[in-house]
Write a protein that binds this ligand. Structure first.
Ligand SMILES: NC(=O)c1ccc[n+]([C@@H]2O[C@H](COP(=O)([O-])OP(=O)(O)OC[C@H]3O[C@@H](n4cnc5c(N)ncnc54)[C@H](OP(=O)(O)O)[C@@H]3O)[C@@H](O)[C@H]2O)c1
Length: 322
C-alpha cells in the first residue's frame, strides 16, 4: 500500500503543535485519527484535511483501554501529549511517564511505528518534575519500541504559543515584566510549523530509527532577548525586572494556585537550566537541519501573530496613509 494512504493515530493532535502535525500529515495524504479526551470539541480539526480524512476519537492516556482502541489498525503512531502544569488527576508521571509507556505498548502491539515528542531538558536528575517525567517517558519509549524516533523541541513559537503570546498578553496589562533568574536562561525557539514538519518527516521514515533529535530554531536567545524581541514587535516599552530564582519560586507558589497559572514553581525550576540543542545532537546531525528542514527565524513569524498586542494607535492597516 502507498504509505501515504496509511492510517496515523495522533495523541495530542488537538493541541498547539498537534494542529500543525495533523495538517502536515493530511497534506501528504495520510488518513489521520486524532485521539483526544473530548472529540466533540475537536471540530477545528476537520478542515485540516480533506473530506473524511481527519477523524477524532476519544482517548485518555490515563485509560489504557482507550489508548489501545485509538491505536487499533494504525500504521503509525505519534504521541504529542504533554502538560505544563498539574491539575487534578493530570499529574506529570501519569501523563508524560506512564502515559508515554501506554502509547508505546499500544504501538508495539499494533506493529505501528512510533514518533514521540518529548522536550529539550528531559532529564531524570532535573530539579523539575516536568523534565523528570519527560525523561521517564523517553525511557519507557526506548524500552518498548527501540526504533521509535524521539523529537525534543526547545520552546515553540507560532500563533497560540504559550510563551511569546503569554508575555505579550501580560505586557498589555502591566508596566513591568519579570526576568526570571535575571533573564539569563538561554532558549533556541523553534517555529511550530518546522517541528510539525519534522514529525511528518519522521512518520514518513525520513528520520533515523531509534534516534533522538533536538529541535531548535536558528538563534539562541536569552530570556531577556526573547522579551526584548517580543516588546519590539508589539511596539511596547516595559520595565524588565530581574527576579532571582528563589524569589520567582516564592511568587510562583502563589501564582500556581490559579486555574491557568502564568508560571509555576516547577516551571521556574525548569528555567534554571538552558534549553538549547546539545553539542551531541548537533555533532550527530540529529537536528532540524539533519532532517532537511531550514529552521525559521522568530523575527519572520512573531509579527504575523503578535501584532494584535501592539499598543493602540500603533497598528497600521496595510495600505493605510501615514
Ligand atoms: N509548546 C512548547 O513550547 C513545547 C516545547 C517543548 C516540548 N513540547 C512538547 O510538545 C508536545 C505538544 O505540546 P503543545 O504545546 O502542543 O501542548 P498542548 O497545546 O497543551 O497540547 C497538549 C495535548 O495533550 C492532550 N492531552 C492532555 N492530557 C491528555 C490525556 N490525559 N490524554 C490524552 N490527551 C491528553 C491535549 O488534548 P485534549 O486536552 O484535547 O484531550 C492536547 O491535545 C508536548 O509533549 C510538549 O511537552 C512543547
Amino acid at each position: 500500500m502507498n504509505d501515504r494512504a496509511k492510517l496515523v493515530t495522533i495523541f495530542g493532535g488537538s493541541g498547539f503543535l498537534g494542529r500543525h502535525v495533523v495538517r502536515a500529515l493530511a497534506r501528504r495524504g495520510y488518513r489521520v485519527r486524532v485521539a483526544c479526551r473530548r472529540p466533540d470539541l475537536a471540530f477545528h480539526l476537520q478542515p485540516l484535511g480533506g473530506v473524511g480524512q481527519v477523524m477524532a476519537v476519544q482517548a485518555n492516556l490515563r485509560n489504557r483501554a482507550s489508548v489501545d482502541r485509538a491505536v487499533a489498525g494504525a500504521d503509525h503512531v505519534v504521541n504529542l501529549v504533554g502538560i505544563l502544569y498539574e491539575t487534578g488527576r493530570q499529574r506529570f508521571p501519569a501523563i508524560q511517564g506512564f502515559g508515554a509507556r501506554a502509547v508505546a505498548e499500544a504501538a508495539r502491539a499494533a506493529g505501528a511505528t512510533l514518533v514521540h515528542v518529548s522536550a529539550i531538558g528531559a532529564d531524570a536528575d532535573s530539579p523539575s518534575s516536568y523534565a523528570r517525567s519527560k525523561a521517564e517517558g523517553e525511557r519507557a519509549v526506548r524500552e518498548t519500541v527501540p526504533g521509535a524516533v524521539i523529537l525534543r523541541p526547545s520552546i515553540l513559537f507560532g500563533p497560540g504559543d504559550g510563551f511569546f503570546e503569554k508575555f505579550a498578553g501580560l505586557s498589555t496589562i502591566t508596566p513591568v515584566l519579570p526576568l526570571i533568574g535575571g533573564g539569563h536562561t538561554r532558549f533556541q525557539p523553534a517555529y511550530v510549523g518546522d517541528v510539525a514538519e519534522a514529525v511528518a518527516r519522521a512518520v514518513e521514515g525520513r528520520a533515523i530509527a531509534g534516534a533522538t533529535y533536538e529541535l531548535g530554531g536558528p538563534e539562541v536567545m536569552s530570556f531577556r532577548q526573547c522579551m526584548e524581541t517580543m516588546l519590539a514587535v508589539i511596539h511596547r516599552r516595559k520595565l524588565l525586572v530581574p527576579v532571582p530564582f528563589f524569589l520567582a519560586r516564592w511568587k510562583a507558589a502563589f501564582l500556581g494556585l490559579l486555574p491557568k497559572p502564568l508560571v509555576t514553581v516547577d516551571q521556574v525550576r525548569l528555567l534554571e537550566r538552558d534549553n538549547v540543542v546539545s553539542g551531541e545532537a548537533m555533532a550527530a546531525g540529529h537536528t532540524l537541519a539533519g532532517l532537511g528542514i531550514e529552521p525559521t527565524a522568530a523575527a519572520a513569524i512573531l509579527p504575523t501573530y503578535l501584532w494584535r498586542f501592539r499598543k493602540e494607535g500603533q497598528f497600521e492597516m496595510p495600505g493605510s496613509m501615514a
